[in-house]
Design a binder for this molecule. Structure first.
Ligand SMILES: Cc1ncc(COP(=O)(O)O)c(C=O)c1O
Length: 377
């Protein structure tokens, strides 16, 4: 049965890892963000290959994701950047997984749970320096840090924050956030001279601002090959996920032939309509109706009519020799043509993150690797 699939080239990922590692240099750690199943590239094969290429820390959103990684990777540091609960503490300690602390109450609840389990929990303290999402507001951060520092169930091993906006043309808000972070760190050191892992930058900040590397950076999208095209950036990476399917029917049709729900596409001249097995249930957004592009036979072909749940139709042109079973590229390269998640994102007025993470979780993933690193260690 023909279905869409993903082809993921782990050799390119490993190259991206080396490029980013080299750009950042040995004085800072790189925490590779592999949440949401590694932005849908498959967390286990991606983290395993990245580990082989030298990555020693991974960041996820949920405890389950960290546990999945721990099953196959015993050594790397694992940071859960979402909000864990006191009931999670024994599991976190047992599997050496580091959660973040987002408030005084949260920290106390985790610390109390650790004490009750006769253990001590290693945590990273999150400061809200302007993102307004998670963490202790920068004005209260030093005070709350002091209160949690005194908790015998907690060991604060890191401090972190997250940028809301990084625009080199308008850097004011990012600079303000970085200053709040540095200022907090200065005040923190007066009450806690221990070195802790300080991290602030995700991909964009990492790519533009070396001075904000601190002890670690937390890139995600850059390692998946997106958002690194600007020549002013410190690293240039390549995407390595291709999304493919097949033609399941090909029809020669006359002028005036109507295609798809609500017949929104009518052929102007005799042409060839190809039906592709991929629809919005697979993550090919319905917004791409009549404007999306796919590659067939090395050519860019426009989506004809509405994208439906499991199929989409494309106008292949009058002289097309395409046949049932021919490969269709939804994201990736075919011949001299390419289409990547960034282009689809622009068409849909969204970001490549959403295009990638919308691809159906169940989609079969086929891994390419010269070293056989798709297998867990
Ligand atoms: C806290 C945090 N750090 C780092 C990242 C990685 O961001 P990016 O993929 O833009 O590098 C994310 C992603 O959303 C995040 O939420």
């Amino acid at each position: 049965m023909r279905k869409p699939w993903l082809q993921i080239d782990l050799d390119v990922l490993k190259e991206n890892v080396r490029i980013v590692r080299d750009a950042v240099g040995p004085s800072s750690e790189v925490i590779f963000v592999v949440k949401s199943n590694a932005y849908n590239h498959g967390a286990i094969p991606v983290a395993t290959a990245a580990y082989h290429a030298g990555m020693r820390w991974f960041g996820v959103a949920y405890l389950d994701e960290a546990l999945e990684l721990r099953r196959v990777l015993d050594k790397p540091g694992l940071l859960v950047m979402g909000v864990v609960e006191p009931g999670d503490v024994p599991t976190l300690v047992q599997h050496r997984i580091t959660p973040i602390v987002v408030s005084l109450e949260h920290g106390r609840a985790l610390g109390d749970a650790a004490l009750a389990a006769r253990t001590r929990l290693s945590v990273h303290f999150k400061i809200d320096t302007g993102m307004g999402r998670l963490g202790v507001h920068w004005k209260q951060a030093a005070k709350v840090y002091g209160q949690l520092l005194a908790h015998p169930g907690l060991q604060i091993d890191g401090i972190m924050s997250h940028f809301a906006t990084v625009e080199p043309g308008r850097p004011e808000s990012a600079i303000a956030q970085a200053e709040r972070f540095t200022d907090f760190d200065r005040r923190r050191r007066r009450i806690d001279p221990r070195p802790v892992m300080r991290h602030l930058s995700s991909s964009r900040a990492m790519l533009y601002y070396q001075e904000w590397d601190f002890d670690a950076v937390r890139p995600g999208i850059a390692l998946y090959g997106y958002g690194t095209q600007d020549s002013k950036m410190r690293a240039s990476t390549r995407p390595f996920l291709e999304w493919k399917s097949n033609l399941v029917q090909v029809k020669k049709v006359p002028a005036g032939f109507q295609v798809g729900y609500y017949s929104t596409y009518t052929t102007e001249r005799p042409t060839t309509i190809g039906t592709v097995c991929a629809g919005y249930t697979d993550g090919f957004l319905r917004t791409l109706s009549k404007q999306g592009i796919v590659l067939v036979g090395g050519k860019r072909c426009r989506v004809a009519g509405r994208v439906s749940m499991n199929w989409l139709t494309v106008d292949l042109g009058r002289d097309s020799t395409a046949q049932v079973g021919d490969e269709v590229v939804l994201i990736g390269r075919q011949g001299d043509e390419e289409i990547w998640a960034g282009e689809l994102a622009r068409l849909c007025r969204t970001i490549p993150y959403e295009i990638l993470t919308n691809i159906a979780y169940r989609t079969e993933r086929r891994y390419l690797s010269s070293a056989g690193d798709a297998e867990p260690v």
